[in-house]
Design a protein around this ligand. Structure first.
Ligand code: IFM
Length: 410
């Protein structure tokens, strides 16, 4: 049977500022990667200079949407001092997309913070939401005319777990207490930004924007079908997939809504196997045996397209449109990349047939990029980057995906 997506479907790819732009010298990650002795982001992909060329490639691949992020530390390099030059840069970036008939999806926070903000205590502090919201206000007023889709915060659950529980990202804290404060502040920051952005559009008499977070979701699959593993998988799904979403939806008392669509980032599954009872075990025990074989990406993550279908069916209960704001694979095997994209699109379509209102698919990532503490080795891009010459090479998988973007037919 032919698999056909609706005419209005958004097709494209995503990036984030710190991972592709290069030289984000005022970001906390810039200092941390040096202090922690990690591979340094340096010039990254030089997308800050080459964005027009990258967008030409995206257009050539029939993308009609593109997700990017604004780097807060460029816009506000010192507390309260806003850079009109950097703002102008991002206006130019958005206009470059529009000129190519590519719909921008703009993220306001994608893991990095200005150094001054981190020095004040970052997201642990109650002031963080107001500081974030002030920056959002500055950016939104300038971009409102050109932007309809906004993501306030990318993957808050990942940020909180990596930076405040596992302690592997800056500021490398391991404290449940602080993690709880950060969660509260990020939830409130989203709500403040959500309301402020809507208000700005009203003031400027523009039609209402569409705002969400990008929530990372996983398929939590019990290793064995016994009660304790099924229950643990259920709890993990509640905690990691739905916890933050429901936290902000609690503010969703009319006339104040909390989000207009749900941004979903999906990559993989986790095989849940509880080894002993305890809060940390319930949150993190996984099966290490080799009895659920499947293909993996180059970071060792399981490839499990059906999981996206299952999560989408679960998200239907929130009665909001859904945009896949990230889905992708890092691999040296480009055939596997296409298989990955094909498999996930097939399951997205199946979920849509069941009534789940998915409105777009943004592959992660348009170009290879800096994968945080893992450095440059994971290759997620539809377009490869030679980090010596910065030459871009369009991969075969990108061309296959381009046919789907053009026709809507898988
Ligand atoms: O590269 C990241 C991105 O910054 C957030 N989502 C997951 C991607 C792959 O790990």
């Amino acid at each position: 049977m032919m698999i056909k997506f609706p005419q209005s479907f958004l097709w494209g790819a995503a990036t984030s500022a710190y991972q592709v732009e290069g030289n984000n010298v005022n970001a906390d990650w810039w200092q941390w990667e040096k202090k922690a002795g990690k591979e340094q982001s340096g010039k990254a992909c030089r997308h800050y200079e080459f964005y027009k060329h990258d967008f030409d490639l995206a257009r050539g691949l029939n993308h009609n949407a593109h997700r990017l992020s604004i780097e807060w530390s460029r816009i506000e390099p010192k507390e309260g001092e806003f850079s009109h030059n950097e703002l102008k840069h991002y206006i130019d970036v958005i206009l470059a997309l529009k000129k190519r008939d590519i719909e921008p999806v703009v993220t306001l926070h994608h893991f990095t913070n200005p150094v001054w903000f981190s020095k004040l205590g970052g997201w642990e502090k109650g002031r963080s939401a107001a500081l974030f919201s002030r920056y959002c206000d500055f950016v939104t007023r300038a971009l409102a005319k050109h932007v309809h889709y906004w993501i306030t915060i990318n993957e808050p659950t990942i940020y909180i777990s990596h930076a405040y529980i596992l302690g592997v990202w800056p500021p490398q804290v391991k404290s449940y207490l602080k993690a709880t404060a950060v969660e509260e502040n990020m939830a409130w920051a989203h709500i403040k930004a959500y309301r402020a952005i809507h208000k700005i559009y009203e003031e400027l008499r523009l039609s209402a924007p569409s705002i969400s977070i990008s929530q990372n979701v996983m398929a939590f699959v019990p290793c064995k079908q016994d009660l304790q593993n099924r229950f643990t998988a259920y709890l993990r799904d509640r905690l990691f997939n739905l916890g933050f979403l429901e936290r902000i939806m609690r503010y969703d008392l009319m006339p104040h809504k909390a989000m207009d669509f749900i941004g979903v980032n999906y990559y993989s599954r986790q095989l849940v196997e509880l080894k002993k009872f305890g809060a940390a075990n319930i949150a993190s025990d996984v099966c290490n045996k080799k009895h659920h074989l499947c293909e993996k990406n180059s970071l060792g993550w399981d490839i499990y397209p059906k999981g996206l279908y299952e999560v989408l069916l679960e998200l239907e209960k929130y009665n909001l449109p859904i945009m896949i704001t990230e889905n992708g694979i890092c691999t040296p095997d480009d055939d596997l990349r296409w298989k990955y994209i094909y498999g996930h699109l097939k399951y997205i379509h199946r979920a849509m047939k069941k009534g789940v209102p998915v409105m777009g698919y943004l592959y992660w990532s348009l170009i290879d990029n800096f994968e945080w503490d893992k450095g440059f080795f994971p290759r997620f891009g539809l377009i490869g980057i030679d980090y010596k010459t910065y030459k871009r090479t369009v991969r075969k998988s990108a061309k296959k995906f381009a046919r789907v973007c053009k026709t809507g037919i898988l």
